[in-house]
Write a protein that binds this ligand. Structure first.
Ligand SMILES: [Fe+2]
Length: 383
């Protein structure tokens, strides 16, 4: 198709729906930033983090750049130097620690200037397809940064100031013991088609794939199972030691799991989280199992949910993040294309911090396989 593919991502949500979603997402962002206590905004340089105030400015800039400046740098911004400071494609990661950021009050004013302008458009009753697309792009980008704030806060052991999660976890009290589902050879439609609502460019386009017979676990690997792996490697000469992830610790014979700033007694049945793909693969090797591929996890996620349990985590796959045949980048070219570098892995699913409208089976998340800071876990397949 063309560089105007994005005009075919209808049906568009109503202006009222968008308005409510944008207000909710903005409230989360503002709460998270405003509740930081003094000094907590200063975080040490790390490849997996951003300075929180930089990230705050960046998501406002992104919204303004695409919704109100049409992606054209010469169109004026409410904030001087906003492109040099906050365009993530321009400012190198490590330079974000050196950037002379405006004060937090200036950034909050910038936010209110930008979102008020969007609210006015949404209340005007005339929303063009172009505006509807870019409004969603800015909203979803903000939602993803809100989720990134959540896992950054978890990494830093900061208190997360928002009680409720963004989409409820359905009651999963059941007697379903973990087992392996045998899924016969099937044909899967992988990717998305136009005119089915907003999609990201890496979902273009839907194509049929054959998925050979496989057996996949009904549940993600849980804390109890992962502890067996840790215990087995405690004093082993045959394998190098495996150190527990930093949010798990043992004290006086009992295991605890950290949730943000609090240490809680470990729930052995809960899915283990903050495990990198590399660690997950070591676990699989030890058990004689393997990670599912992107296709296999997509088949599972499109099969009746009563047969399996969602982990409410992003789940790793063994698949490298590659473009589908016919991929072309959408206007925000750096969403996917730079990450088709052969190093990133696909994750499927969603976390508790993902808004309900982004919980789509076609959605493809991607991270380097060494990352363990996002809310990620894994399930296994028989070899
Ligand atoms: Fe971003």
């Amino acid at each position: 198709m063309t560089k105007f593919d994005y005009l075919h991502y209808d049906p568009w949500p109503s202006a009222q729906t968008l308005l409510e979603a944008l207000e909710r997402s903005t409230l989360i962002t503002l709460t998270v930033i405003s509740e930081l206590s003094s000094g907590q905004e200063l975080v040490a340089l790390s490849p997996n983090l951003n300075p929180p105030h930089w990230e705050f400015g960046h998501l406002i800039w992104f919204h303004e750049f695409w919704v109100h400046r049409q992606g054209i740098p010469s169109n004026p911004s409410f904030l001087s130097d906003s492109d040099a400071l906050f365009n993530s494609s321009e400012i190198f990661h490590d330079d974000r620690w050196q950037a002379k950021l405006p004060s937090i009050n200036v950034l909050k004013n910038y936010l209110s200037d930008v979102v008020e302008r969007s609210y006015a458009i949404l209340q005007s009753g005339s929303l063009t397809p172009e505006q509807a697309y870019f409004m969603q792009l800015a909203l979803f980008h903000q939602d993803m940064h809100n989720e990134a704030f959540a896992y950054m806060w978890q990494s830093l052991a900061y208190e997360w100031p928002i009680e409720q999660c963004l989409g409820s976890i359905p009651e999963q009290k059941d007697n379903l013991d973990p087992y392996y589902l045998n899924i016969p050879e099937s044909q899967l439609q992988l990717g998305s088609v136009p005119n089915t609502g907003f999609i990201f460019d890496n979902e273009k386009w839907q194509h049929e794939v054959v998925v050979p017979l496989f057996s996949i676990s009904s549940h993600a690997v849980n804390n109890g199972q992962y502890l067996e792996f840790l215990e087995a490697h405690r004093d082993s000469d045959a394998h190098p030691l495996v150190s527990p992830p930093s949010h798990l610790r043992q004290k006086e014979g009992k295991w605890y799991e950290r949730s943000f700033h609090r240490w809680l007694a470990m729930d052995l049945q809960a899915p283990v989280r903050h495990i990198s793909a590399l660690e997950a693969e070591r676990y699989c090797d030890w058990r004689g199992l393997r990670l599912p591929s992107e296709k296999e996890l997509a088949v599972l996620m499109q099969s009746p949910p009563a047969n399996w349990r969602h982990s409410y985590l992003w789940e790793w796959t063994s698949s490298v993040f590659v473009p589908f045949e016919g991929f072309t980048p959408d206007p925000y070219r750096d969403y996917s294309a730079p990450w088709f570098d052969g190093k990133h892995r696909v994750l499927k699913g969603w976390s508790v911090y993902t808004p309900a409208y982004l919980r789509r089976p076609q959605f493809r998340n991607f991270y380097l396989p060494s990352r363990s800071d996002p809310f990620c876990g894994f399930r296994t397949c028989l070899p």
